[in-house]
Design a protein around this ligand. Structure first.
Ligand SMILES: Cc1ncc(COP(=O)(O)O)c(C=O)c1O
Length: 411
């Protein structure tokens, strides 16, 4: 136990106890960038928000109407802890069809967002001291939850391939050799936008089966796709029984603030996840589940229009970023993130400290973005410099203007 001395106003002193585990919890540092940007905005500075994966696209009307209707019909009390049966069934059907799996409602535990599945998966699957492979650069909550619950994070990276980022399978093999039994895999990936080619995913699945790994497949961006067929590692031979899928309504239905998602996986494992639901939040919001149900059962015009909007933004951004000398940007087929290599551009400017560069750029131009550092500590031997641009919260005219300013700032 760590004790902090708290100084209060009347010069009274008291100690508040803070458990040791709190020194191991991480955060999403992208929210700190958001705070910086909003403070500048309050001072009247025009901000171009490329930093946060939130969406400025409104939730499809059929989802909103169904949620309001459910509220009016009195769905304002607790729901069953694993979610309303209709939604669990509909989601089982949806996930099974899109990934060629056999699923029933027993395989689904509804969650207040996609994010809770990460911590709950770790709590159910991992013992203190266990080694867990996780992506770095990657969504920072994996490392945070593994360390918070007493595990040992084993980061693996990505390398630049011909058309996009590819997994560093060698580091994964080494991690397995060092005793890792749990793998967190995020395809389609935040922040790199990486999509595993079929052979890469097959090799990863082979490693998982051969070495008896248990897998969290974070599929938050499975439906945010502009081309090609989506693929889940859970659908490969021997994987369904060892994989838990993180599903979220946040992105497909532009519902980031509604907080609704699910854990989908082996029924026995899902039962344990639902036990944590009872202890944590009792249940997810009741009437919102009816909204999500309408979204799944609707004609999909909403999600299609969201994709069309995002695709225009992606195409423009990739073109404009690649036109800046010293920047190389892949065109991801999924997610709403770009992870351009800015090494050359920074060298031309003599920039040594990328964080100072980010802050300077924000203050001078209002262009707000994250850097590789917001997605984990750089791995040994990593020399290239990257920034992450999200385009989920900024419209085409603002993208034009913002990237023109960014380009001028760099050149
Ligand atoms: C990779 C990844 N996983 C999970 C989440 C969490 O999604 P939700 O907002 O549904 O909790 C995010 C959100 O940005 C994400 O990028």
């Amino acid at each position: 136990m760590i004790f902090y001395l708290l100084h209060t106003e009347g010069d009274l002193h008291m100690t508040i106890p803070i458990a040791e585990r709190m020194s191991r919890i991480g955060t999403e540092t992208a929210f700190a960038v958001s705070l910086e940007a909003s403070q500048l905005a309050k001072q009247g500075k025009k901000i171009y928000p490329f930093h946060l994966g939130d969406m400025n696209i409104i939730t499809p009307p059929e989802v909103m109407e169904a949620a309001i209707e459910a509220m009016k019909k009195g769905k304002t009390g607790y729901s069953p802890t694993a979610g309303i049966p209709e939604l669990r069934e509909a989601l089982a059907k949806e996930v099974a069809a899109a990934r060629r799996l056999n699923l029933t409602a027993d395989n689904v535990s509804i969650q207040p967002g996609g994010k809770p599945t990460i911590g709950k998966f770790i709590m159910v699957a991992m013992n203190p001291g266990d080694k867990v492979l996780y992506p770095n650069p990657g969504y920072p909550i994996y490392e945070s939850q593994v360390e918070f619950h007493g595990g040992v994070g084993v980061p693996y990276g990505y390398k630049e391939g011909r058309d996009g980022f590819i997994l560093d399978l060698e580091t994964i093999r080494k991690g397995i050799g060092a005793g890792a039994k749990i793998l967190i895999y995020n395809n389609y990936q935040n922040p790199t936008g990486a999509s595993s080619p079929k052979e890469e995913m097959e090799e990863l699945a082979r490693l998982a089966v051969q070495n008896d790994l248990f897998v969290l497949s974070d599929e938050a961006y499975f439906d945010i796709r502009y081309s090609g067929e989506p693929m889940s590692i859970a659908s490969l031979p021997g994987m369904a029984e060892r994989t838990v899928i993180l599903y979220t309504f946040s992105k497909k239905f532009a519902m980031t603030g509604w907080r609704l998602g699910a854990a989908v996986g082996p029924a026995k494992f899902i039962e344990h996840i639902s036990k944590i639901n009872v202890n944590d939040e009792s249940c997810s919001n009741h009437f919102i589940q009816y909204g999500a149900l309408a979204g799944l059962q609707g004609n999909q015009a909403g999600p299609e229009s969201i994709i069309a909007t995002l695709k225009k933004r992606r195409d423009l951004m990739v073109e404009k970023l690649n036109a800046i000398p010293g920047i190389k940007c892949f065109k991801p087929e999924a997610t709403f993130y770009l992870f351009p290599n800015v090494t050359g551009a920074l060298q031309r400017q003599g920039v040594k400290d990328i964080e100072k560069f980010r802050q300077h750029c924000l203050q001078e131009t209002g262009v707000s973005f994250c850097t590789r550092r917001h997605f984990g500590r750089p791995l040994p031997g990593e020399e290239e410099q990257y920034v992450r641009f999200a385009y989920s919260g900024i419209d085409v005219p603002q993208i034009q203007e913002g990237l023109d300013k960014f380009s001028k700032f760099l050149t």
